[in-house]
Design a protein. Structure first.
Length: 425
């Protein structure tokens, strides 16, 4: 059986012309992403005959984007029953919702939900009794643990901040099932977090503000993979980039990479735009607003909207000036502070998220990790696991092949030397 085509073979059975238009737009977005996500398509073709996901329910809590639709349709082609909700209320693409629904996917989401609706939809996915939970930020994992949902064989986690929550849960109450940290795979974090989020974050800033990057003082808070990528892209466009860090190794690395490294307090009065990339709360807090530069822009590239103290800004000015879509200007003690996208992830709210090519690597790790869990869940134990190296390397090899790149192999003598080198000492 071939992978399910995105092209309907019958007239669209939809409620209205608006829904029909959204399905068609979603189909085009899906097809565009599919043309650039060659690795996950290769994996799907490999398993399309055996359908290893038949009779399994998968529960997804991801950003509902064109790239996600490729993962969802690949899992469906392998036989899975699927339910999905959104991992972020501001990243939902209405056309992808309608496209997935047309293709018989249970979608619990709508464009621009309020907070109550957002969490109700996550609960609805947990009510489907998924065998595997695929999450981005650990909201679904947390709710399933809180509600003591039974029958979960295992799960995966897509983000750094989500893994922090999983490890915290493991150390306090313990995990109810094994969870693989897909974010930690080298073929994911090295490329998705650095090149993907780096590029899409800067694009989100450009698309939202329309400002000239060159010559401006940008402050990047955090020099993990996301911070590295954002800083590199900004420097490439001529920005003067300062890094703030709490980790001495990462701070030293930023210095060796040629960036200015300072304490946040020292750079607050000088920075034109601040981008948080840490996964931590209150990176820019209420106390920082007293000394921050008048007219500074604040953006967040972390998963949750807690890195900037947005609540304090609204408590001081509950009617900020809407300068343009996704840009609010707060008047705090006579000073203007400009918040982008309400402190939510700028690359998804202000842009289109990460490119299909890098999401191909991430979602290929997801799909292979799902298959690994269903084959090995009885042996994994109720704990956090890294992506198996075999899967990580497989994704990298498939990606190289899709780019038409061939690499060398060790000779037998080199393998023997490598494994027996200790005998020479």
């Amino acid at each position: 059986m071939k992978i399910q085509s995105s092209s309907p073979k019958k007239p669209l059975a939809v409620k209205s012309n608006t829904s029909r238009d959204l399905v068609e737009r979603g189909k085009l977005e899906y097809e565009w992403a599919t043309s650039l996500m060659k690795v996950i398509i290769k994996i799907s073709k490999k398993y399309q005959r055996s359908k290893p996901l038949s009779n399994f329910n998968l529960g997804f809590c991801l950003h509902i984007t064109k790239e996600t639709s490729v993962l969802i349709m690949a899992a469906k082609a392998l036989g899975a029953q699927i339910s999905i909700c959104s991992a972020n209320p501001l990243s939902i693409q209405a056309e992808i919702i309608e496209f997935l629904r047309y293709n018989e996917i249970n979608v619990f989401a709508k464009k621009d939900p309020n907070r109550k609706e957002f969490f109700e939809n996550i609960i609805k996915v947990s009510n489907t009794n998924p065998h595997v939970v695929i999450d981005d930020g650990a909201e679904l994992h947390s709710i399933i643990h809180q509600r003591k949902i039974k029958g979960v064989y295992g799960g995966t986690e897509e983000t750094t901040s989500g893994i922090f929550r999983i490890l915290s849960l493991q150390s306090t109450t313990g995990l109810d099932y094994p969870i693989i940290g897909v974010n930690n795979a080298k073929s994911k974090s090295f490329f998705d977090n650095r090149y993907g989020t780096g590029q899409s974050t800067v694009y989100g800033v450009l698309r939202t503000l329309g400002i000239l990057i060159a010559g401006k003082r940008f402050v990047v808070c955090g020099y993990g993979w996301v911070g590295r990528g954002v800083s590199s892209c900004l420097r490439g466009l001529g920005a003067m980039v300062t890094i703030t860090e709490v980790d001495p190794i990462k701070a030293l690395e930023a210095h060796m990479d040629g960036f200015n490294v300072q304490r946040l307090e020292a750079i607050l009065p000088k920075g034109d735009c601040f981008i948080t990339c840490t996964g931590q709360k209150d990176v820019i807090s209420r106390y920082d607003f007293d000394i921050i530069k008048n007219g500074a822009f604040l953006a967040n590239a972390g998963h949750f909207d807690v890195e900037i103290d947005v609540a304090y800004l609204y408590s001081q000015d509950n009617h900020p000036n809407q300068l343009r879509p996704n840009v609010e200007s707060f008047n705090i003690k006579g000073k203007k502070i400009n918040l982008i996208a309400k402190g939510r992830v700028i690359n998804l709210v202000g842009g289109e998220g990460n490119s299909p090519e890098v999401m191909d690597l991430s979602f290929s790790n997801q799909l292979l990790s799902i298959l690994f869990i269903l084959k090995n869940y009885k042996k994994l134990g109720r704990e956090f696991h890294q992506v198996p190296k075999k899967i990580d390397d497989q994704v990298a090899h498939l990606a190289l092949s899709s780019f038409g790149i061939k690499i060398d192999k060790l000779t037998r003598d080199q393998v023997d030397y490598q494994t027996k080198a200790y005998l020479n000492y």
